[in-house]
Design a protein around this ligand. Structure first.
Ligand code: NCD
Length: 337
């Protein structure tokens, strides 16, 4: 694909070679993310960061990634504070805001809304999550994390065995990750969810058509025995009609250190797109895993910066100029100690 000026809306846009190139560029961003060097390559550029659904890490990660390349960030959060409550169409909002920004990141509760917005935007738009549909940058950072974790074990992505757990019906991160895995060979996927929250059939079919070995289970412990990665997710309560309905499923699949030790292969990597629901009736990933070195959840969030920096650098066509406009950091850097 040609990244320059492209909207990043869905994993379906990517070929394997695009993903590999993106990961190479992400590696080049590390000195900047780790504050060893500072680059001003996007000096003067403005990111319009528009989040119409709750978000902490995705919103701040996009914003920080843009800042780390030297650009400025304008934020809009919540429908209440935007003209959408006055009946403005998403397309009109796009026509206006794309006059103010060089790139726009957007999250919105409706599936397809970000693509609708992008169709009227004069600048590239990145999908930060459109309802229960897709979350492509999360899937890219998840796969980048998987690649890095497995590299430490002398392995590549081909041959991966992964268990995806939880609300697979509404979880846009697993939708995008499942599509991304279709670009690789010899992949085994175990889908663990209540039957009512199973991964949408069209995505399962897409994976099978791409040659992935997909099995389905409603039981956690026996299904996580032979995998490299357990990828846990939160019950997406905002997608249910009532809280009571979501309560039926909350806390069904809880991973803790005792279960991990008893059932998982040694060094199985634990992932989660976050936020993990740490309330006592949910607790899908217990805090007693926090000292487990295979818990990769905070490496995922760190890697998210690298992936989003790489996407900005590619879409705004500055990959070759990042180092040229850089210098050493001047302040005390606690990360190096
Ligand atoms: C996810 C999301 O918003 O889809 N969070 C994230 O962006 N890392 C997962 C979730 O909210 O459960």
């Amino acid at each position: 694909m040609n990244f320059t000026g492209a909207h990043i809306l869905s994993i379906s846009q990517f070929q394997r070679s695009d993903v590999e190139y993106l990961f190479t560029v992400a590696n080049q961003m590390e000195p900047y993310a780790l504050r060893k060097r500072v680059t001003r390559v996007l000096e003067g550029a403005i990111l319009g960061n528009m989040f119409f659904e709750p978000s902490t890490r995705t919103r701040v990660s996009f914003g920080s990634a843009f800042n780390l390349l030297g650009g400025e960030v304008r934020e809009t959060a919540g429908f209440e504070s935007s003209a959408l409550v006055k009946g403005e169409s998403l397309q009109d909002t796009a026509r206006v805001l794309s006059g103010f920004s060089d790139v726009i990141c957007m999250r919105h509760p409706q599936a397809g809304s970000v693509a609708d917005f992008a169709s009227a935007s004069r600048v590239p738009v990145m999908n930060g999550g459109d309802g229960a549909n897709e979350h492509p940058t999360q899937a890219l950072l998840d796969l980048y994390t998987i690649a890095r974790e497995l590299k430490g074990k002398g392995r590549g992505i081909d041959g991966l065995r992964i268990a995806m757990i939880g609300d697979l019906r509404h979880g846009r991160t697993v939708h995008s990750l499942s599509k991304l895995l279709c670009l690789y060979s010899n992949i085994q996927v175990i889908l663990i969810s209540p039957r009512e929250l199973a991964l949408p059939e069209d995505i399962v079919e897409q994976m099978r058509a791409a040659g992935l070995a997909v099995t389905v289970s409603e039981e956690l412990n026996s299904s996580i025995a032979n995998v490299d990665i357990v990828y846990s997710t939160r019950i997406q309560e905002e997608r249910f009609t009532t809280k009571e309905e979501a309560d039926l499923y909350r806390g069904k699949f809880r991973l803790n250190q005792a279960i991990y030790t008893q059932y998982c292969e040694p060094n199985t990597v634990i992932m989660h797109p976050l936020p993990r629901d740490s309330r006592s009736d949910a607790n899908e990933l217990d805090s007693d895993l926090d000292s487990n070195p295979n818990l990769a959840i905070f490496r995922q969030t760190d890697n998210g910066l690298l992936i989003r920096m790489a996407l900005f650098a590619l879409v705004l066509d500055v990959v070759g100029k990042v180092d040229q406009y850089s210098h050493d950091v001047r302040w005390y850097n606690s990360r190096q100690n």
